[in-house]
Design a protein around this ligand. Sequence first.
Ligand SMILES: [Cu+2]
Length: 131
Amino acid sequence: MNPTKSFSPWSLGAVALVALIGTGAWASRTAAAATDEVPLVTSVFRVEGMTCGGCEASVKMTVKRLDGVREVEASHTEKRATVTYDAKKVSPEAIVAAIEKLGYTAELVETKTTTAETKATGLLAKLRACC
Ligand SMILES: [Cu+2]
């Protein structure tokens, strides 16, 4: 009897497929949990000192690391950073302090309440490389 005959590559494929489907279901569940009903606000900051896309990236990365921050947009041409966050966890002052620690000057322009929905386009725009 040939021992390899009892091993079917198809059964392995089925296991891998089930694992993939399982991972996908898990990922979509966590994505749903992440957009749970938390009252979010969006603040616009005037940021001086950013000169290129790399500056934007470091502002975005730094602010995104703050607990409660959901989304960050930064533009060196508009000298602006737009941050969506959970106001119970982080304050505009803490965001200003984080930006200023990088060597830029930041000032709160306005704050508005927003929905708990995050935009996929915003996430894609964040995947930009440094200069
Ligand atoms: Cu730069």
